[in-house]
Design a protein around this ligand. Structure first.
Ligand code: FES
Length: 105
């Protein structure tokens, strides 16, 4: 088979841990995707690609999410924290240092 794979361009990649120790955060992952879309960041030059991940090797203070290309790691996520991360980090390029435990130095 000679099939060409294609992924739409994106600026950031958010990987949310949905591993067992993080409580299999599927509802929060779906919510993040909805927030990204509502902010108009699901396509275009500033798009954020959101994917579920298996264990990211931290397994404390879950839920855990890492955002590339900055390599910023967030913990203890909830709906309101995601709102702020979408607004400040994804929209304006300023990671929310208050909830980041790595990658903001
Ligand atoms: S299960 Fe989430 S970091 Fe390990």
């Amino acid at each position: 088979m000679n099939e060409t794979l294609c992924i739409e361009p994106y600026k950031r990649h958010a990987l949310m841990c949905c591993g067992k120790s993080c409580g299999e955060q599927i509802p929060l992952l779906k919510s993040l995707k909805a927030k990204v879309a509502a902010a108009g960041l699901d396509k275009g030059a500033d798009a954020v690609r959101v994917n579920r991940a298996g264990c990211l090797g931290v397994c404390k203070q879950e839920p855990i999410m890492v955002v590339h290309p900055e390599g910023v790691w967030y913990s203890d996520l909830d709906e309101s924290k995601l709102d702020r991360i979408v607004e400040e980090h994804f929209k304006h390029g300023k990671p929310v240092k208050a909830w980041a435990f790595h990658g903001t130095n």
